[in-house]
Ligand binder design. Structure first.
Ligand SMILES: [Zn+2]
Length: 307
């Protein structure tokens, strides 16, 4: 049986929110089979649980926010990406503010935290959402076109293409394909940092965003070049970060997908729209488990190797 996974032990991180600039403590705790991933706002007078789901996403401007009632958690996508990459099914995420810490701007720190805590196999089958026919969302015309698509695939792979019309971005790889079955999430995707342009920062700050952002947790560019003195971590770090984000956004559906995702200029909003479209089309997916591990896609059996 292909088993569900949680953590072996509790682990903690402290950092600041990218947009809020607030100090925040994060405690990741093991959870029982079929719990899913549940954020818990432990700073509120009455702690509030926010289980992840496609419809728990309440805001997708700049980051993916989940919420229930007045309780929210912003910028969940990098932690969710690490959980998708390592195949964590069940987890409590206790958080002391309304935004997940940005740490180094990638998911590498979350991967390190999760792997340090250790991954525990549980006595329950992993439940996958298998896409059985293509589902697509599309917006805009001509140069403003963007789209995202899920199609049947025995495994999980993602391909993403960007088009930013910026010299520093355009000189890097614009398209990347990544197959989770390769076992190389930590090495090839997790280290890709979020990025931003100085021309947007002032506007974002006046809207109360990017208050915790800087050169130690983002790639920052002026109109011509990357300003970080150490340069890029990958030749195609920008598009790899879009893959990292998409993996996090899509994991909010609450179960691992068996599908091929492809996208052109998609983002948090469109990724969530794609999940809602998939769920609305009941004949486009089914829930599956693998009692016989040999039927599972290759690369899904072993917990992911380290770097
Ligand atoms: Zn991101």
């Amino acid at each position: 049986m292909l088993q569900q996974r949680t953590l072996k032990t509790i682990t903690r991180a402290v950092g600041v929110g990218l947009h809020s600039g607030q100090r925040v403590e994060l405690t990741l705790r093991p959870a029982q089979p079929d719990t899913g991933i549940v954020f818990r706002r432990v700073d509120l007078a009455q702690p509030v649980d926010i289980p992840i789901s496609a419809t728990a996403v309440t805001d997708t401007r700049m980051a993916s926010t989940i919420g229930t009632g007045n309780a929210k958690v912003h910028t969940v996508e990098h932690l969710m990406s690490a959980c998708a990459g390592l195949g964590i099914d069940n987890l409590y995420v206790d958080i002391t503010a309304e935004e997940v810490p940005i740490l180094d701007g990638s998911s590498a720190s979350f991967v390190f935290l999760l792997q340090s805590a250790g991954i525990e196999l549980q006595n329950a089958p992993r439940r996958f959402i298998r896409v059985t026919r293509p589902v697509e969302v599309r917006q805009g015309e001509g140069p403003a076109t963007k789209w995202a698509r899920l199609a049947p695939y025995h495994g999980y792979k993602l391909s993403f293409e960007i088009d930013f019309d910026h010299p520093a971005v355009d000189s890097t790889g614009q398209r990347v394909e990544f197959d989770l079955g390769s076992g190389n999430y930590s090495r090839d995707i997790a280290r890709a940092r979020t990025f931003g342009f100085t021309r947007d920062v002032e506007m974002m700050r006046s809207s109360g965003l990017a208050l915790g952002g800087g050169l130690d947790n983002a790639i920052v560019m002026d109109d011509y070049k990357v300003l970080n003195s150490e340069g890029l971590r990958y030749d195609d770090e920008f598009v790899k970060h879009k893959i990292l984000d998409a993996m996090g956004d899509l994991y909010l559906i609450g179960k691992p997908l068996l599908a091929a995702y492809s996208a052109f200029r998609s983002g948090h909003a469109m990724n969530n729209l794609l999940l809602r479209e998939l769920l609305a089309q009941h004949d486009a997916w089914e829930e599956v488990t693998f009692e016989d591990e040999r039927q599972a896609p290759s690369g899904f059996l072993q917990p992911l190797r380290a770097w």
